[in-house]
Design a protein around this ligand. Structure first.
Ligand code: OXD
Length: 325
């Protein structure tokens, strides 16, 4: 079989994959060649950031499996791929430590007013202003998958009250989580949380989910953190909620359009902390992807169920306990 890769691969990653697939051809296509190489792939592992002819890939009928090197699948779940027999597995949860740390950085940075103090530092200004606490806050996590669960674990050390929503609420809750409600109880979460953290996948159901109506349902003075995907939030509505003072602040690792256009008002809002979609960019990212892919290759060749197998209609892996055999 021809295994085509498109993520930052080094020699050691190729060597590791060759160990588990010694009889197969492994091609490191990179972003430059992926649009042609994908047409000759039986298995693909990566995240093509260039346009890929997915309709042609499906018509050719050669590709059997996509192992996404990203947790989010918006890069490959086109309608043609969804309707095809191609298996899709994601890197969901693999970068959860990094995303959780990024979430804490944004959240603590805002609460302890680091952007204000940093601006003052640049002016050599020693000026005090009130800060806010994380301990004692109610934190609402929207999407209790790998990232949401890890964030909850870290937040529990801060003595916060944690609630969440998810399409598939776990039957058993970790001790540090007060409640995980079904996804249709989002408004309840928004109304009761001091801090709302978005960790849900982008799909047809979640695009534009956090709109004007929902933003203004959030508690006055609350904070929104988005480490998921930009288009889940209607950005012009967010700007309004921030400018009006209804929201106290927002920490955004992702935006509707990336890179964020120069003309976006988000750049200049003093109550916004922006990072350029680096939540999952840990130094070990390619190692983690390679280990997941190696484990899944072994399963694929021996006919075992794949890890993180995605329900393509839903756009994310369904937890094992909810899968129909
Ligand atoms: C991912 C990401 O989906 O980096 O993995 O955003």
């Amino acid at each position: 079989m021809r295994i085509v890769l498109c993520y930052p691969v080094e020699k050691r990653h190729l060597a590791r994959l060759a160990q588990v697939a010694p009889e197969h051809e492994i091609v490191d296509a990179g972003q430059e060649h992926i649009a042609e190489e994908i047409l000759r792939a039986d298995i693909f592992c990566g995240h093509a950031k260039v346009t890929v002819p997915w309709d042609q890939v499906v018509r050719l009928g050669r590709l059997r499996w996509i192992q996404s090197s990203a947790a989010g699948l918006d890069h490959c779940l086109t309608p043609e791929v969804v309707a095809s027999d191609i298996l899709v597995t994601s890197a969901s949860g693999v970068f959860a430590d990094a995303v959780a740390e990024q979430t804490l950085a944004l959240l603590l940075g805002l609460l302890r007013r680091l952007p204000t103090f940093f601006r003052n530092q640049q002016q050599k200004m020693f000026e005090r202003c009130p800060t806010r606490d994380l301990h004692g806050a109610t934190v609402g996590i929207v999407g209790f998958g790998g990232n949401g669960r890890r964030i909850a674990e870290l937040l529990s050390a801060f003595r916060t009250k944690i609630v969440a929503t998810d399409m598939f609420p776990p039957r058993e809750l970790p001790d540090h989580v007060k409640a995980v409600w079904p996804a249709d109880q989002l408004d309840r979460l928004l109304e009761g949380s001091d801090i709302v953290i978005l960790t849900l996948p982008l799909n047809a159901r979640t695009r534009g989910l956090i709109n004007r109506q929902r933003l203004f349902r959030m508690k006055p003075g609350s904070i929104l953190i988005n480490v998921a995907r930009g288009p889940i939030v209607v950005e012009k509505d967010l700007v309004e909620a921030l400018q009006s003072g209804h929201l106290w602040a927002a920490g955004l690792d992702v935006t509707e359009i990336e890179p964020l256009p120069e003309g976006s008002p988000l750049w200049d809002l003093p109550n916004v902390l922006l990072t350029p979609h680096v939540g999952a960019q840990s130094a070990r990212r390619s190692d983690l992807v390679t280990e997941l892919f190696a484990a899944n290759l072994q399963r694929f060749f021996s006919g075992q169920p794949l890890l993180n197998l995605v329900d393509k209609e839903l756009g994310f892996p369904v937890p094992l306990q909810y899968r129909t055999p």
